[in-house]
Write a protein that binds this ligand. Structure first.
Ligand SMILES: [Zn+2]
Length: 428
């Protein structure tokens, strides 16, 4: 535990860096880093790591090599030109425990831009919050990580253990970016991902898993004047989506609920996220495709959920109401198990203590109905991992925002966490 003088120096440095952090966040939000368009944001992160005095390098996602890994998810698009960025600080003398600080650069689509108060990729400051797609999820977390490290350096210090930092792709659809990085680096003693908390800074204690499924329905086309002769693929797809609501209710029954989700009566959500289909307003549609996101309760594997989905589709195909429509299901995107991040593990206790020191309150525990990249470290490496980051509002929604005061507080918590976990040495 660094002495009070060192802690004060780190916190003063973090305060001095607040304007720079806000500028960095605004610059990152300007990158429209949706799936397949992450390159410029990755370049920006490499530049930021270089500014820290580190030598960033790239870690590609090699889908063929990763394909046999149990944490691998079937990709949606190829990986060329979208290499993760990694930077590693090495101490002069390795003393403390090593740490990975990871974040994702990818953001989800903005949705209906006319609903946004200000354009989603033009960062806007209102009432102490920064608005923009990805501002909270999770470019603020990336900024908090690098600013925390910067604060140590500005205080004339450096972590006394290896500190890995990574900016990864595809947290929002596969996690394969994080998986590739984890496998490419030496195993750290802990991993912290500054994913945002729900409305306040929070410590993640569990998260659900997720399976993405695409169901294609082939109906039978007909002219609308002979509509009864056709099989409407879109109507059949809607019926299938409805069937998954019953599955969702089944998966949320109290006896299925993992203890980490005891206080949540609806942790497993099934989302009908995309739909396409049909050919012509005056033709019975011959095909339709729906994209489903199906939550996975920890303790109930994603492979079991995949089998459930296949069973439901087979049952639906035999349903007379579908009148012989042909159904196909494909799994691309998330094939991810849930995970538990025990609050009693050493890294979580360290974060909780630093949070108490900075905010003067006990940190809220958060069992997340969504997933993060932290799962890889606990599930496949046996490394203590969790997420802790600033507050957030409307992530994946309209007018996403992060509170700047919360960003600065989270930065200080992370800076103290680094100092306490890794130890500090005088900078060279
Ligand atoms: Zn996120």
């Amino acid at each position: 535990m660094p002495d009070p003088g060192i802690r004060r120096a780190i916190l003063e440095a973090a305060t001095a860096l607040e304007p720079e952090a806000v500028e960095r966040l605004a610059a990152l939000v300007r990158h429209r880093s949706v799936l397949g368009e992450e390159a410029s944001c990755l370049d920006a992160m490499a530049e930021i790591y270089r500014d820290l005095g580190l030598a960033p390098f790239r870690v590609a996602v090699d889908a063929d090599r990763l394909a046999g890994h149990p944490g691998f998810s079937p990709p949606l698009i190829p990986y060329a030109g979208r290499e993760n960025v990694v930077a590693v600080h090495r101490p002069r003398e390795a003393g403390g425990r090593s740490l990975m600080l990871q974040g994702h650069v990818d953001v989800v689509p903005a949705g209906a831009t006319e609903l946004w108060t200000s354009p989603p990729f033009e960062p806007a400051l209102r009432d102490g919050r920064m608005y923009g797609r990805g501002a909270a999820d999770m470019k603020a977390g990336l900024v908090a990580s690098v600013t925390a490290f910067r604060a140590l350096r500005l205080a004339g210090l450096a972590p006394a253990a290896e500190l890995q930092m990574a900016a990864v792709i595809e947290e929002e659809c596969t996690g394969n970016g994080a998986l590739a990085v984890m496998l490419a680096l030496p195993r750290p003693d802990a991993c912290v991902i500054p994913e945002p908390g729900p409305g306040q800074a929070a410590l993640y204690v569990a998260e659900v898993g997720v399976v993405w499924a695409f169901v294609t329905v082939i109906g039978r086309p007909a002219h609308v004047r002979d509509m009864q002769a056709g099989v409407n693929a879109i109507e059949a797809a809607m019926r299938i989506a409805g069937r998954f609501k019953a599955y969702e209710a089944e998966m949320n029954r109290a006896e299925r609920r993992h203890p980490a989700f005891a206080a949540d009566n609806h942790p497993v959500n099934v989302n009908l996220g995309t739909i396409e289909g049909g050919e012509w307003n005056s033709s019975v549609p011959s095909q339709a495709r729906i994209g489903l996101r199906v939550g996975v309760m920890p303790g109930h594997s994603c492979q079991a959920v995949r089998a459930d989905i296949e069973r439901i589709i087979a049952e639906m195909a035999a349903d007379p109401d579908l009148r012989g429509a042909t159904l196909r299901v494909a799994f691309r995107g998330f094939m991810a198990d849930g995970a538990v991040f025990p609050p009693g593990q050493a890294i979580s206790r360290t974060i909780a203590g630093c949070h108490r020191e900075i905010l003067g309150t006990e940190v809220a525990h958060y069992a997340a109905r969504g997933l993060t990249d932290a799962r890889f470290y606990t599930l496949y490496q046996g490394t203590e991992a969790t997420c802790y980051g600033p507050d957030s509002d409307n992530i994946h929604g309209i007018d996403e925002s992060v509170g700047l005061a919360s960003l600065h507080q989270a930065t200080k918590v992370l800076a103290l966490t680094i100092a306490e976990w890794c130890g500090v040495e005088r900078a060279a």
